[in-house]
Design a protein around this ligand. Structure first.
Ligand code: GLV
Ligand code: GLV
Length: 323
């Protein structure tokens, strides 16, 4: 009898077909709306595998309800939406989609940095509204990128990929991470800094670390106060790492110059969110990995994880180490 899986969102058709060759597949077919929790709690009861997104909270209740569950394949590199500890205790393999999105996400992080520095979305909106006025010496002026100092907080694969881009712009690069990576310092020509020191020196502070109870509100009032007045904060990892109230006040009071955000504490971010009223915020809707090629590669890798993991082999990219 084929194994049963549940897929929490509409996928490209060829990937759905591939899954159907291996499994008895049930799925939530809406593209724009996550599966309701009650539906997932019901569907999880008799499946062996789950193909899910960051929009699903896979907590203890869901994991306990999945009596036959063996593999949870998250279509994302980050997996803070999953209670990995409980999964591990229940013998459930959790997988993510590393590597395939590294360059694409680094592209977006750097694009967000550039768009914020040069006010691309703000000035484009101004033009469309017919409010361009006339060319004048200091109109629409931003911050330089070439030769500036970039501070990367969280030097994983994506951070390293950003360094390569930054070096093309002759940026000085500092990094902070929980464990210092001395070998990377000479290899990539970057310098280590304590968090406070990095924030004090950076023209751009880029967040690329995973979200956890340890990184929750890592950037708050005190940290923002350390930053330079011309500095720009870029968040391309998870919203919860930044205290959004504190960020709003720092931006509104001119304590920092701007912010570029791909992620928010609540997603979709409500349109009346205070941060969205500020002209010095460049805001995009969690599109870090969103290239056609990379989203397909992520879906393929999540599918491979289920196919391998449920056929008695080792999953391709497990995040827990029990098997
Ligand atoms: C998206 O945010 C991911 O973690 O892949
Ligand atoms: C995080 O997983 C990264 O690849 O930087």
């Amino acid at each position: 009898l084929p194994r049963k899986i549940y897929v929490t969102r509409k996928l490209p058709e060829d990937i759905e077909s591939r899954l159907a060759e291996h499994f008895d597949v049930r799925s939530w077919d809406e593209e724009d709306k996550p599966v309701p929790r009650e539906t997932l709690l019901e569907e999880i009861k008799d499946v062996d595998g789950l193909f899910c997104m960051i929009t699903e909270k896979i907590d203890e209740e869901i994991l306990q309800a999945g009596k036959h569950l063996k593999v949870v394949a998250n279509m994302a590199v980050g997996y803070n939406n999953i209670d990995v500890e409980t999964a591990t205790a229940n013998g459930i393999t959790v997988t993510n989609t590393p590597d395939v999105l590294t360059e694409t996400t680094a592209d977006l992080a750097f694009a967000l940095l550039m768009a914020s520095a040069r006010r691309l979305t703000e000035t484009s909106d101004t033009l469309r509204k017919g409010e361009w006025g006339a060319w004048s010496p200091m109109q629409f002026t931003g911050q330089d990128i070439f030769g500036a100092t970039l501070g990367i907080i969280g030097l994983g694969r994506i951070g390293e990929a950003v360094v390569k881009r930054a070096k093309g712009f002759e940026m000085d690069v500092l990094y902070h991470s929980r464990t210092r990576k001395k070998d990377k310092e000479s290899e990539l020509d970057i310098g280590y800094a304590e968090l406070d020191q990095l924030l004090t020196k950076a023209d751009f502070a880029l967040l690329l670390l995973p979200y956890s109870s340890e990184s929750h509100h890592l950037i708050g009032k005190r940290e923002l106060a350390l930053m330079k007045e011309n500095a720009i904060l870029i968040n391309a990892s998870r919203g919860g790492i930044v205290d959004e109230d504190a960020l709003y006040h720092a931006l509104n009071n001119g304590e920092i110059w701007g912010a570029g955000l791909d992620v928010y504490e609540q997603e979709p971010v409500p349109t009346d969110h205070p941060l969205l009223t500020l002209s010095n915020v460049t805001a995009v809707p969690h599109i870090g990995s969103a290239s056609v090629k990379t989203r397909r590669a992520m879906a393929d890798l999540a599918a491979d994880n289920l196919i391998e993991g449920l056929n008695g082999k080792k999953a391709v990219t497990p995040v827990n180490l029990h098997n």
